[in-house]
Design a binder for this molecule. Structure first.
Ligand SMILES: Nc1nc2c(ncn2[C@@H]2O[C@H](COP(=O)(O)OP(=O)(O)OP(=O)(O)O)[C@@H](O)[C@H]2O)c(=O)[nH]1
Ligand SMILES: [Mg+2]
Length: 370
């Protein structure tokens, strides 16, 4: 039996249609690597499998299961991640087949990985409840006695094999009960949130919400605008909760509220969009949406599109104002080109790191919102 070390070892597998764009597959793998790093895992092996369609029973197909068994053993793998949204029955069957080589193996899909990252970072009661709910819904048969998705809880023994068929009915009832309780608690919390939004409105407070792809620099910008000192980090999904602060200095700006929230990501599973719908609700109720973009990111254009798509799926009607952040990281010539390209449009070029462009942004927010 393997020892689950502080840094679990991952095997990443992506099944792609042979006609699928190779570059696209690579890009997805790069992001998956960052997600595993954010989780705190080490990528010990990765592979791309060409298949026209995933196997109905095990997703990867019987030949690949044998290959996986070998790899899991050879590379001492703790977690296999399938880079897709996979049916929980398929995940369960594959996991069970891999027990032969590692009884503690966990097989995750993209949702599991994202949920486990969220679980590690979530602070607020609401976020924790939402994650638990999404997890109950996504785990399917894996929920019964498989403590394995608890890898993120440091030191947790991964031991228990299962609870036995006879107890499943009882367990099912317990889970259903828990689900109802979470839904009730969430409803109460959402009501409080709604009240907060309404109170702010009735007091004449205006809000500007920072949104954007994960790691674009929303929290850094939030700190620069509010004078607060919230944690920002290189890894993805540093922020999971919505927080608010006053635009600083308050004496000058009056009552303008800035909010920071969770970042978006490509292939965000729909289940997770729903999970965070309420966390994002406060954001979507803002008077101004500020779409923070990492101008130094080679995938900038693509990420802008992803953010717009997520906004659309959340039924946001407000047209966001673009904030190009991290201008300190690009050559002056490129910045000049971008300025020309967007001249006449409502966009801002800033650096949360150096403070460049921040006071201009503040002035504009004050003028727009007061
Ligand atoms: N050079 C430079 N780095 C920046 C700037 N703004 C943010 N960063 C860095 O970019 C990384 C991500 O910043 P965050 O503020 O955590 O980004 P975020 O959008 O809040 O990310 P999540 O909460 O994880 O979605 C951190 O390492 C920051 O130090 C900037 O203007 N210039
Ligand atoms: Mg953040």
């Amino acid at each position: 039996m393997q020892n689950i070390s502080a840094q679990p070892r991952f095997l990443l597998l992506q099944v792609i249609d042979p006609h699928y764009h190779q570059q696209e597959a690579l890009r997805n793998m790069t992001e998956l690597n960052s997600l595993v790093a954010t989780f705190g895992g080490k990528v010990a092996a990765q592979a791309v499998q060409h298949r026209v369609k995933p196997d109905r029973a095990t997703y990867v197909g019987s030949g690949k299961v044998e290959w996986l068994k070998e790899k899991v053993k050879e590379k001492k793998i703790d977690v296999v991640v399938l880079n897709d949204i996979v049916n929980s029955g398929q995940l369960f069957r594959l996991e069970r087949m891999l027990w032969a080589v590692n009884p503690r193996i966990a097989v995750w899909d993209r949702i599991d990985l994202t949920l486990n990252i969220f679980d590690k970072h979530a602070q607020s009661k609401e976020a924790k409840l939402q994650i638990e709910l999404a997890r109950i819904e996504h785990q399917g048969p894996r929920i019964f006695g498989l403590g394995r998705t608890e890898l993120s809880r440091q030191g947790a023994g991964i031991g228990t094999r299962g609870i036995g068929e006879t107890n499943i009915e009882r367990e099912r009832r317990v889970i259903k009960h828990r689900k109802n309780k979470i839904l009730k608690e969430l409803k109460a919390l959402q009501k409080q949130q709604q009240t907060r939004v309404e109170q702010r409105r009735s007091r004449g407070l205006k809000t500007a919400a920072l949104i954007g792809y994960t790691s674009a620099g929303k929290t850094s910008l939030f700190n620069a605008l509010s004078g607060k000192n919230k944690k920002s980090h290189q890894s993805l999904f540093t922020t999971l909760d919505s927080v608010v602060g006053h635009l600083a200095p308050r004496e000058r700006s009056g009552d303008i509220i800035i909010s920071d929230t969770i970042g978006f990501i490509e292939n965000l599973p729909p289940a997770l969009i729903n999970t965070f719908r309420s966390t994002l609700m406060e954001t979507l109720n803002a008077d101004v949406l500020l779409h923070v973009v990492d101008i130094a990111d080679a995938k900038m254009e693509r990420k802008i599109r992803v953010v717009n798509e997520v906004l659309e799926s959340l039924d946001a009607t407000e047209q966001p104002v673009m904030i190009f952040n991290k201008i300190d990281l690009i050559p002056a010539s490129r910045l000049a080109k971008m300025r020309r390209r967007y001249s006449g449009k409502q966009v801002f070029f800033v650096s949360a790191a150096t403070g460049d462009g921040i006071s201009e942004l503040k002035t504009r927010l004050e003028a727009t919102l007061n």
